[in-house]
Write a protein that binds this ligand. Sequence first.
Ligand SMILES: [Zn+2]
Length: 474
Amino acid sequence: MRLTPATMYARLLESDATYNGRFFTGVLTTGIYCLPSCKARKPKAENVRFFPTAEGARAAGLRPCKKCHPDDFARGADPVLEAIEAVVAEVRATPSSFPDAKAVVRRSGFGPTRLFELFRQHWHATPAEVLLRARLEAAKLRLRQSRDGLLAIAHGVGFESVSVFHDHFRRRTGLTPAAWRSLESFRTFTVALPENYPLGYLRRAFSRDPHSVNERLDGDRYTAAVRLGDAPAVVRLHLQPDAVAVDTGGADAYAVHAVVAGWLGLEQDAAGFARAARSLGFARLVAGRENLRIVQTSSVFDGLLWAVIGQQINLPFACLLRRRLTELAGMPVGDGLFAPPTPAAVAALEPAALLPLQFSRQKADYVVGLSRRIVAGELDLEGLRTLSATRAERTLLALRGLGPWSVNYLMMRALGFADCVPLGDTGVTSGLQALMKLETRPDVAATRRLMAVFSPYRSLATAHLWQLHQPIPA
Ligand SMILES: [Zn+2]
């Protein structure tokens, strides 16, 4: 059946994703082109021109929409992914209208088994987990922006009781809802740790660069210079067996809490992975570190710098390059520490300025080029946190300077995705060889196959493989 302009216009008014790829909508007044499914404001019929391909729209001088990413779609049409993303957007907008995961299944139109699989593939999480996170995010917003009582908030975001709300909130944030609400009144707060938290591994991560100009661990005292947005801040932690005392140094306590929760990996299902590993016969992989977490970088840009700088070199050399870049483009905050550089500070450098620091020509180009794209508004790094894993991966893989290793590294260390494998990583391949008693190190295809058993926990499996040859810390 031939598509008439009237049919196409009607489909775009309906945001009909099933027509994605069958035509593209150019809007002459804004100069952009979209997929039929785009949720942006609907153009008037007289301002629309239809194109059979994205290339056709570009040839007419139009730019791709930043909301619906018609070029991504043109590269690989994926209406199922869009349907899943639309369901998750609804869950996030009104979590209270989904009393349980079954309601998410019903709303999606997919069968339960299929939806479970799609969520695992595209979000690295179950529908129940996505729903829980949406409730907690909505609750945080109401705790900060309203004076509503805890009962009203618990019910308002879909929890059946205050105690269930309280338990989930405390496990994921280390704070009670009431304590979280009053964060901004205090310069210090205390985050409760999950039971049997492996502090030795946290100390190891905090001191992985003993000469860092960015962070310092002294016994149980940790000091780090971070960026909260673009503002530099110095965060101090006192590590205790069951809690971490945080000194914000007067910075925005909510932003500091988010960074600390990421360092501690409170969102990660460490116990779930340990159970899965043991039941698969890989008790040795998790022995002595059942609660290991992946320490998240303090910002996505920080993760990006590590991901690009760390490509194909060893950790001590990566630390050295990183330190030199921080001294060149970061901000001194006193006491010999520097806050990490902002995208703007790196974008302002000429790549040639990094060569004396021992950056390769290519690495210098990548670091500066990516920073310039961020500054130009072409890459919304923090926004990647809200995308599906599939969309985040596609967005990152399309960038010059990021291959599969860097993209997966960034996704697991900075974006918190649970099911990533940095393919080609020597720590992963040598760990797999030892764990599975292989005669040779697995290549990329074998790594992918061997790691599949750990889905949907491949990020934690990677973190454990990295530690396999290391002594268990005190
Ligand atoms: Zn659009």
